[in-house]
Design a binder for this molecule. Structure first.
Ligand SMILES: [Zn+2]
Ligand SMILES: [Zn+2]
Length: 148
């Protein structure tokens, strides 16, 4: 892994109480709306996730950051004071998903698709936005490059 840090701040973010504050010093993926049951339980309906390289996430404060082992292969990061849902991080790999709503606007991001739509609760409705929809995973089709 490179020790050369990218000094350019692409995004600033925080939880509701500012116990967790961080910057992203690198590109972000466009936003994917995930309707899986875990995102539903965590976010209320769906998780609006962007993604960054783990090494590009620089914390100013992580005093209230807590991690929950949400599955065999990933954990979710949240603020133990205000309850904000912040991260989804697979155990392997060098990427971390960031709940796009915690990033201070203007984010310069846009939604590019919907995944796990078969898992959406019966009160939900997908927007008629013409974006690609996937019953479960997009199998990488929405991952794209971190060109943003
Ligand atoms: Zn907080
Ligand atoms: Zn999900």
């Amino acid at each position: 892994m490179s020790e050369q840090k990218n000094e350019t701040v692409r995004a600033s973010a925080s939880c509701l109480c500012s116990g967790v504050v961080f910057e992203v010093h690198g590109p972000l993926r466009q936003v994917v709306h995930c309707y899986c049951s875990q995102c539903r339980k965590t976010h209320g309906l769906m998780g609006p996730y962007t993604q960054a390289r783990l090494e590009d996430v620089v914390f100013t404060s992580q005093a209230t950051l807590k991690w929950y082992q949400s599955s065999d292969h990933a954990r979710r990061g949240f603020c133990q004071d205000c309850g904000a849902s912040l991260f989804w991080q697979p155990h392997d790999g060098d990427m971390i998903s960031i709940s796009a709503g915690v990033i201070d606007p203007p984010t310069g991001l846009r939604v590019v698709g919907h995944i796990y739509v078969d898992h959406m609760s019966d009160f939900g409705a997908l927007p008629d936005d013409g974006l690609p929809r996937f019953a479960t995973t997009s199998a990488g089709k929405l991952d794209g490059d971190l060109s943003n």
